[in-house]
Each structure stands twice: as structure tokens, then as C-alpha cells.
Design a protein around this ligand. Sequence first.
Ligand code: FAD
Length: 556
Amino acid sequence: MKKTGPERKIFSKQNMTSFTMQTTLIKVPKADPGEVTVRFFPKMLNKTDGSVYGYRSETRKELIYKVSQSRVPSFDQLFRDVEFEFITIYQFLDPTKNGAKSKDELSDMLDKQMNGSATKKWFPYNWSDAEILTSFHTKYFDHFQLKALKTNPNNWDILDIQGKNNTIYVHASTAFESVLHIYWYIEQLVVSHQSILPRDKDCKVAIIGGGPSGLLMARKLVQMGYTDITILESKENNSGGAPPELTERYAGKTRTFLFDQTSVSKDKIPAELGTCYLSPAYDNMIDDFKRTGLLKGQDRVRFDQVDGLPVLREIVIDDQFSSDGPIMNLIQKGTPGQELLDKAIAPQKLKGRQIPHAIDATAYYKLKGFEAYYEGKDLDSVVDKFKKFDLVLAKTIVKYVLFHVKNFGTNRPFAPDRKRVNPDLFRLNIPQFLEKYNFKALLGTLQYGYSVQGYGSTAPDSTMPAFYLLMWVTPGILIVHLEDQILEKVKELIPKHLAPIIHEKPVVTAFTKGWGTVWDTLKEQFEDEEHPVHIDYGVDIKRITRLHRVGPKKII
Ligand SMILES: Cc1cc2nc3c(=O)[nH]c(=O)nc-3n(C[C@H](O)[C@H](O)[C@H](O)COP(=O)(O)OP(=O)(O)OC[C@H]3O[C@@H](n4cnc5c(N)ncnc54)[C@H](O)[C@@H]3O)c2cc1C
């Protein structure tokens, strides 16, 4: 495609970059019933060199769901019959810092790290008994580099070219890397600014790419009455070579593998190697999906701590607390610091004055926030400081909410008025932003709420512009993992007009049959349309010729 000047200015290799994610699904003899479902290792993620940074047991995820629905007598009873667990393992690479790595290179790295003695401290399965079922290697999160954002262009410049030359850009890079952002962006674009679309509803529409963006855009155009839509997808359908007992569904970065584990469920169980979770922020989109039958046969399930079940999420804390920093200081103070830590850290894990390798995620958010907030500050009366830290956290959250509303308003995915946005969000990386605006108390929460999703590290050398942090961590997302007592304090402190943002404790959810099933249902709907949407797989596009049509000068 011959790009226009403004297009070249925006979509150049100098301006945009993306990370690499590799996820690997293994089948391995089960671990102890008391083990956690998810573990995240910030030190490894912060390396951004392709190191393994976490895992999730898909088997336990399903069991938690079953128990929380009271569909089975007890977790322990069901787990007794489990022989193997299906585990998804995550690797993350920032090629701008560490160079590109192929799928094979990352697989070698995985094998080496999992065989290493350090891994045994946090990975409770026996790697030598693991069978690798499949892995998924993908570019992840096309975004503007910090150096580009400092000088322009930015996401508003993409808005300026929408509709020109008969072209509309809808992809993660136009907003942010999540299905929700794609959905929001399409709504913002084609619903509020219909003038960017051709008037003739019978015109030929070609959509390049059959991932969630292409599929959702086609869905929206069908709803608007367009009759001649073809999606051109470069990959073959069901590509990837899944083993026979697994079903692979092809839809961009959604990779749902449905596996059989009859001891756990008579239905197939989803392992999500790509698109995975939802939060309450997805509610409107999900209501829309429900209304139009896209959630046929599946529920949205809470992925939440269930009382009486093992800890759901843990963080591996190696290298997270410095030997003379606030947390170690607190530990060395013994009682009552010890008691406070006992309360914060899963008590059964704390042996003597040693803190364990991995701790409950909610406790970690607080401890890490405390460490970051008091780093380099006077540590006198550290115990007192820790006692009062809930209030510090709550005040910082309220401050963040106010900052977010000021910059982003309530428009999603971002405020139409670019002038509203503080230029520091384009100039500073995430840690610089947290430091400058005194948000460091939130570091623990953000490491999980942001980094673990593969959106870039929050370490001092992070390459991520702060803008993207604000894009993802809306007030609703920020409070997802808060302890109840902190959330209560936030509710007391928040100005009345913003109270609806924080009205109830949100919970992370997932689909019972996976995201792949959503897209499959949509594809079935396309086939049943009066004017079906065609999807051509395995298409190698050689040339794109656009019929020139001058669109609106500025859509916003
Ligand atoms: C490990 C992982 C976890 C994730 N977790 C979540 C989550 O929990 N929640 C969430 O909302 N999102 C999550 N995502 C993100 C979500 O998957 C993406 O938002 C979504 O896939 C982006 O959709 P897209 O269509 O813009 O891009 P893609 O999914 O990348 O699809 C683009 C498609 O275009 C095709 N294509 C590219 N170039 C061409 C060409 N020249 N010609 C033809 N076809 C082409 C590609 O083959 C691909 O199929 C996750 C992603 C990953 C990898």
C-alpha cells in the first residue's frame, strides 16, 4: 500500500514498536493441593529478555470455578482424582532493549530456566515430567515509543487520518492492546463519527486481519447495514499445529485451546494462551455481546479468591525488597512489625524471620507499595508507618482517580481533546511518572494490574510511556485487587461526584468456554447473515490500491 505522508509520519518503524509474548501449555503431574493457581515473578518480567515470568494452572482455574458455583462437593475431593495439571507459562521480551528472539530461542530459554535450580523455589511442578503441548509466539502491543511520543505523533494523529483515502485504522496500536479498547475505539470512531464511513452501504469493504479488531469491525459494519464485507487473513485457519486432543481456534492473538480433563469437567476446559481475562470495565461490551447472542452457551466466571481454597495468586518476591529497605527493616523490628507482616503475608508461609519466596498477591501490593513509598526515606518508627500505610494507599488512590479524570475524563478509550492530556504522560516512562506525581505507593498494584498483562515493565529502565499506563489503569481497574479495608477508606475519601466510579469491588472474570468460542460464534453469525461476511484465510496480500476519497479534515 502506498502510504500517504501523514500515514508515513505515524506508522513508521522509528515510531512504533511491539513486545514479544510467548505462552506455552504443558501437561504435568499435579502439584500439592495447597499450591496456588497463579504465580507472577516481577524480577523476571522486569528483565524483559524473554525470561519466564509466571504461570497459571488452567486445571485449578476450572476447579475454583466449579467450587465457587457449588457444583462440586469440595476442591480437595475433586483434586484427589486429578492426575495431571494443564499449565500456561508466560515469557515476555522487549526487543528494543534485548533484541528480537525467535520462537525456538524462547523455547530453549524456557527449557533452560525451568531446569535451573532457581525455578524450583517457585515452580511447584517437576519440569522433567512436563509434556509441552503447544506454544504461541506473537508480537504484542504495537505502541508508540517514548522517543516518538515526546515529539509527536500520538494516538490523536491517527484519529486525524481516519476515513481518508477510504481507509480506517482499527487495531490495538490505535488505542491500546485489549479487546475492550478495540471495542471502545470502534464505538468512538464509527458510532460517533459516521462521516468517516462510505455513504454507499453496498460498497466493497475489505478488512485486513481476522483478529478481534477485524472481527469486531466487521460486526459493527454489518449492524450498520453494510452488505459486502470480506475479511482477508494471512494465516491459515486452525494454524499452529495443536495436538489432536486439543482444539485450536484461530482469531489473531486469541488462542483458546479446549482440552479434556474428565476428572474435573465433563465439558472441555479452556486454556487461554492469548486473550484471557475480563474485568468489570468490560461489562457494557459483554452486555452487548449477550444481547446479540455472542455468549451462547457460556458464562462469565469470577476468577477470584474463594474462601477456604488455597491462595489464588502469589507473587515471587526475590529482589523485590532490598536488604536495608523498609520491608526488611520492618521484619527485623520483630514484634509488632512481625505481627503486621504475619497478617500481611499468608501466615502459614512465614517461618521465623525469613520471608518466603512467594507471598499472597494482595499482601504483596501493599508491601511493595510501602517499600517504594519509603525507599530512601527516614525509617524511624517504621512499624508505625506501616500501620498507617492503608491510609497513605487510600489517599494515593484517590489522587490517582482525580488525575485520571482530569486527563481522560470519562471518554473511553481516551479523551477526544488532546490538549486535556498532561504532556508528561508522553515524556515520562512509567516509573518516572510515578515518582514525579508521587504515585509510588501504587507500584505493587500496578506491577500486577499493568505489567503482568505484558504491557511493559514498571522497572526504572521501562520503555513504556506513562500514557499507556493511564490508558489501561482506569480507576475501575486500579481498585480490582485492593484489600477490602483500603477500598472502604477510598470510598470515604473520594469526592461525592466521583463515588459511582468506586461503587463496588470489581472482580476479574474469564469465559467458561474461552474467547475462542466468542469469535467462533461471531463467525457463525457472519455466515447466517442475509449478506454473509466472507473470511478468506491464508491470503497473501501483494498490493493494496485505494480509491482516493478525501475524508473529513478532523474527526474530533
Ligand atoms: C498472552 C496474551 C494475553 C492477552 N490477554 C488479554 C486479556 O486478558 N484481555 C484482553 O482483552 N486482551 C488480551 N490480550 C490482547 C488481545 O488478544 C488483543 O487485544 C487482540 O488480539 C488484538 O486484536 P487485533 O485484531 O487488533 O490484533 P491481532 O489479534 O494480532 O489480529 C491481527 C490479525 O491480522 C492478521 N494480519 C496481520 N497482518 C496481515 C496482513 N498483512 N494481511 C492479512 N492479515 C494480516 C494477523 O494474522 C492476525 O490474525 C492478550 C494477548 C496475548 C498475546
